[in-house]
Design a protein around this ligand. Structure first.
Ligand code: ADP
Ligand code: TYD
Length: 201
């Protein structure tokens, strides 16, 4: 789409996605790139209702949960991602469709179908940075930042299953980055991959 690029950050809660997204955004901006940073669930009503549901601790029917994430992504793509790509901008998103593949797959849905449907409907990212981290370490980071309420999306067992789905993925646009080290070390690895794969930065 007109020179625009789409880079998604994926990984477990606490894997360091938002930290690394901000660092990459700063680097790319310093190199003169026009960067849009965004995230899912979105700030639109479709994303807010997902957060409210997670906070309430209520469990949705799995198919219904899937529909909510997909609807939120439709809004995200239509309102934010597609216009930015058309304008030739570089979009960095904290979570995208591989989160649905891994999380709703871990909850029991057919992750291969979610992947195929997502690739058919949504812009395929130029790069997905998957921050790989031991689920226990990710869990501890989330709790160290004072998240007290353990919502339905942040349970420990779920995170292990999510990690297993991430482990099985084999997409050409997926770059696995070790997420257990220090932030600057991880930042340098990501910057190198972005340079190699996309020629940016
Ligand atoms: P995510 O967006 O994947 O949930 P965050 O970037 O919000 O992860 O990081 C979760 C917590 O871990 C935050 O408190 C953050 O400051 C901390 N953190 C992020 N990256 C690292 C790292 N490489 N080492 C140690 N702590 C980190
Ligand atoms: P998260 O990135 O933690 O958002 P925030 O920091 O704003 O609360 O995302 C919320 C949770 O939603 C997280 O546990 C992952 C989950 N999730 C899915 O289950 N499926 C999806 O498609 C997406 C985008 C997120």
């Amino acid at each position: 789409m007109n020179g625009g690029r789409l880079i998604a950050f994926e990984g477990l809660d606490g894997s360091g996605k938002s930290t690394q997204l901000e660092r990459l955004a700063a680097r790319l901006r310093a190199a003169g790139c026009d960067v849009v940073s965004t995230r899912e669930p979105t700030e639109f009503p479709s994303g807010q209702r997902i957060r409210e549901m997670a906070r309430s601790g209520k469990e949705l029917d799995l198919e219904e949960e899937l529909r909510w994430f997909v609807e939120d992504r439709r809004v995200h793509v239509a309102e934010v991602i597609a216009p930015a790509l058309r304008a030739g901008r570089i979009v960095l998103t904290d979570r995208y469709y591989l989160s649905t593949v891994a999380y709703q797959g871990a909850r029991g849905l057919d992750y291969e179908k979610i992947l195929a449907d997502s690739e058919a409907e949504f812009p395929i990212p130029d790069l997905v940075v998957l921050l790989e981290i031991d689920p226990q370490q990710a869990f501890e980071r989330v709790h160290a930042r004072g998240a007290e309420i353990e919502g339905v999306f942040e349970r420990r067992e779920l995170l292990s299953r999510v990690a297993s789905v991430f482990d099985t993925l084999d997409c050409s646009y997926l770059e696995r980055v070790p997420g257990g080290g220090g932030p600057s070390e991880i930042e340098a690895i990501i910057a190198e991959r972005v340079r190699e794969r996309l020629g940016l930065g």
